[in-house]
Design a protein around this ligand. Structure first.
Ligand code: AGP
Length: 362
């Protein structure tokens, strides 16, 4: 086991650092100029689809929310469901509904049950998974593989990045087939997607997250906030943090702060704000509201496109890229914060208490 970890103390850190390689595998051969080239799904594959439902759990649910955001902004009717809720109380489907199960392992019982319910009621199902031969890949009508390579750490890291990158590719095909037009800004966004591995690499090779994580060792709560595509990443940052540090953490849509959670914000509750460098005035005022209550605020955003550094106490930059993709980069900083905080607390990082890599019971 130690040999497979190489020079890393934990699989989680190794897998965080593997993300540039994983993303290169995910994207290999799948971008063709200003269009995508998905061997499994040539143009027209989704001509009959008129709405998309995602079903997923945990980190995969957050990736699915990112996918929903990508589709909705370009006019596709898309909704994300927590798989266990969907299994118990399924949303209406018909033969024009595409139900996408986002599942790294392809074996999560709740997700499989939700997919089965959709299939039985006549929907078309698609498994977006890392594991060829998994139950989801075998039982769905179609499969799209994220090609991230094996992930050992219970905390999902590289598979989240590869899931979202795959969803950017899938969104391009779905939007073109369903609406008849490419996504807005498709050429720039696909260019930026091709550069994602090197952008992630610049974070994994040079991040101040280890220092900054030392601000997050108290036990009064940690709040992660973001808007737009940074909202699912705020949820993911909080999940990763609680899963491996055992510290209380919650993710919010930044606009929800003043509808309740702000009552919890004190000098003892770090607030981690995720900016995309786009339309940030309201996030900036959320940061100011938190600072006014004495909270230490750590902002993560592209330095050149964002002025959150002016209002936050600490700032972790990510490379400037297309605003639709920034949150994928911010998530890498969040993974590093969670890892280094958990390491400082000497937690069982690769096998957190009470958790399993793949949850095969409902
Ligand atoms: C995240 O770090 C967890 N390991 C967990 O939330 C996980 O994403 C969830 O159990 C879903 O797993 P899947 O992607 O294999 O379906």
């Amino acid at each position: 086991e130690d040999a497979e970890k190489g020079s890393y103390d934990h699989y989680m850190l190794k897998e965080i650092h593997e993300q540039p390689v994983a993303l290169r595998q995910t994207l290999h051969g799948r971008i063709d100029g200003d269009d995508v080239a998905l061997e499994e799904f040539p143009p027209g594959s989704f001509d009959d689809v008129d709405r998309v439902q995602f079903v997923a759990c945990g980190t995969s649910y957050h990736a699915a929310l990112y996918g929903e955001w990508l589709l909705s902004k370009d006019g596709v009717d898309a909704t994300t469901y927590i798989a266990s809720e969907y299994a118990a109380s399924p949303a209406p489907v018909d033969e024009d509904t595409l139900v996408v199960g986002v599942t790294q392992s392809g074996e999560t019982a709740d997700t499989l049950e939700a997919l089965e319910s959709a299939r039985e009621r006549g929907a078309r199902t698609l498994a977006l998974t890392n594991v060829i031969g998994s139950t989801a890949a075998r039982t769905c009508d179609d499969a799209l593989f994220i090609r991230a390579g094996p992930e050992i750490g219970v905390a999902a890291t590289k598979t989240f990045s590869s899931q979202v990158a795959t969803l950017v590719l899938l969104a391009e095909r779905l939007v073109r087939d369903i609406t008849g037009s490419p996504t807005s800004d498709h050429a720039d966004r696909l260019d930026a997607l091709a550069s994602l591995p090197e952008h992630v690499e610049s974070i994994t090779t040079d991040s101040r997250a280890a220092d900054i994580s030392q601000r997050c060792l108290g036990d009064n709560g940690h709040f992660f906030i973001g808007r737009g595509n940074a909202f699912p990443v705020a949820l993911e940052g909080a999940l990763k943090f609680k899963e491996i540090t055992y510290g209380h953490a919650e993710g919010f849509a930044a606009g929800e702060l003043k509808h309740g959670p702000l009552a919890l914000v004190t000098p003892e509750t770090p607030v981690i704000a995720i900016g995309t460098g786009h339309d940030e005035a309201r996030l900036k005022s959320n940061v100011t509201e938190s600072r006014t209550r004495g909270a230490p605020v750590i902002a993560i955003a592209p330095r050149t496109a964002s002025d959150l550094a002016d209002v936050a106490e600490e700032f972790l930059p990510v490379p400037a890229t297309h605003p639709d993709l920034v949150a994928i980069l911010a998530n890498v900083q969040l993974q590093l914060i969670a890892y280094h905080a958990a390491n400082a607390m000497e937690r069982s990082i690769d096998k957190p208490r009470n958790l399993a890599k793949s949850v095969t019971v409902e």
